[in-house]
Design a protein around this ligand. Structure first.
Ligand code: PLP
Length: 394
């Protein structure tokens, strides 16, 4: 087992060793860490639904009615009426013909990309796409063309220089895949332009809407709703684990895509389906998110207040266009030092380092939720000021 010790030592020496922090209590604006209450600015629980009383009630009623587990995979005997009901909700929420649940967003991306594409096909993937997309691309065996972040001209050059798709006639398939909201940078994909290119060069479009679902768009429908796009996206992936406060991933699109994935996606076929309690709270989460303009309003109030406050102090929030606010530091060690300093101040913000982001691009990833109060934001801003000045960042 020497290789394990060697690798751990290498990670420690290079400053890339990761440690788990334990959240002892709480699921909201404040949590307890190391026996102390701190302001939570690192959760994806954007609408504060993870501890919503209605979601808890839905989960406990489902346990009473159906028990704790689903007993088998969907294709064996684990396809409960609840799973089908949730899929109807997802389709109407996303405005698609159908949808299919996966056990997480990660396994949704793996399953979809690796079953749609294979050897001989070409995937065009934004360089800052989430790791689950990258892993799905690698698993597929397709040729991968990673275009520079949001660079439409580079994407067009790639599309031009590869054979035109004949996928409807059984030839090479071409898939353009992008995050809707980029998870570490908080900027938004140029979907209108991507859809146009896909039409011009016969490619399929897949959007990972993990961070936009429930948040972007008037009704929380996601990136397409936010940009006013009615069609052109073949596959939308989403997750319940972030703004929707529950757990599990999904794919939304045409009916045939659902049928295809039920038959082909290994991460759908070979795993026990999500338990009834999770499904019931996800159903309630969609209902609340659809009605939940008041939650989005307080989220955006908090986002704007925090982002503007940070910028006014001289922090670089990069090109964030959303509720994900990166605070650029650059150096990995300094980033982690700032994160530790903030925790001592009573503010929980995670530092993001390579390999999650490129070398020299380390940053704090700050996320606020609709549950935070104006006081929480102001206290956090004061702590950022003290820590930033002490480290010479501002
Ligand atoms: C962009 C993106 N896609 C997919 C995932 C995976 O989703 P899940 O946490 O449901 O597995 C995440 C979150 O980690 C993400 O940020």
């Amino acid at each position: 087992m020497n290789f394990i010790d060697d690798e751990l030592e290498r990670l420690r020496r290079s400053g890339l060793y990761r440690e788990l922090k334990v959240v002892e209590e709480g699921q909201g604006a404040r949590v307890k860490i190391n026996g102390r209450e701190v302001i939570q600015l690192s959760s994806n629980n954007y609408l504060g639904l993870a501890a919503h009383p209605e979601l808890k009630k839905a989960a406990s009623s489902a346990i009473e009615k159906y028990g704790c587990g689903s007993g088998a995979s969907r294709l064996i005997s684990g396809n409960l009426k609840l799973h089908e009901k949730l899929e109807e909700k997802i389709s109407s929420f996303k405005g698609t013909e159908s949808s299919l649940l996966f056990n997480s967003g990660y396994t949704a991306n793996l399953g979809v990309i690796s079953s749609l594409c294979g050897r001989g096909d070409i995937i065009f993937s934004d360089k800052l796409n989430h790791a689950s997309i990258i892993d799905g691309c690698l698993m597929s065996g397709a040729e991968i063309k990673r275009y520079p972040h949001k660079d439409i001209d580079a994407l067009e050059r790639f599309l031009k220089s590869t054979p035109t798709s004949m996928h409807r006639c059984g030839g090479k398939k071409r898939l353009i895949v992008t995050d809707g909201v980029f998870s570490m940078d908080g900027d938004i994909a140029p979907l209108r332009e991507i859809i146009k290119l896909a039409k011009d060069y016969s490619a399929l479009v897949m959007v990972d809407d993990a961070h936009a679902t429930g948040v972007l768009g008037k009704k929380g429908g996601g990136t397409a709703e936010h940009l006013g796009l009615d069609d052109g996206i073949d596959i939308v992936m989403g997750t319940f684990s972030k703004a929707l406060g529950s757990f599990g991933g999904f794919i939304a699109g045409r009916r045939e895509i659902r049928e295809f994935l039920i038959n082909k996606a290994r991460s759908f076929i070979y795993t026990t389906s999500l338990p009834p309690s999770v499904i019931a709270s996800s159903i309630r989460a969609i209902e609340i998110a659809e009605e939940g303009n008041y939650l989005r309003d307080s989220l955006w109030r908090n986002v704007n207040c925090l982002k503007e406050g940070l910028k006014n102090m001289g922090f670089d929030t990069m090109k964030s266009q959303s509720h994900i606010i990166p605070v650029f530091i650059g150096d990995a060690d300094k980033t982690m030092e700032m994160s530790q300093m903030l925790l001592r101040e009573g503010v929980f913000v995670q530092g993001i380092r390579p390999p999650t982001v490129p070398q020299g691009k380390s940053r704090l990833r700050v996320t606020v939720t609709s549950s935070h109060s104006v006081d929480d934001i102001n206290i956090a801003l004061e702590s950022f000021k003290r820590a930033g000045e002490r480290l010479g960042i501002i």
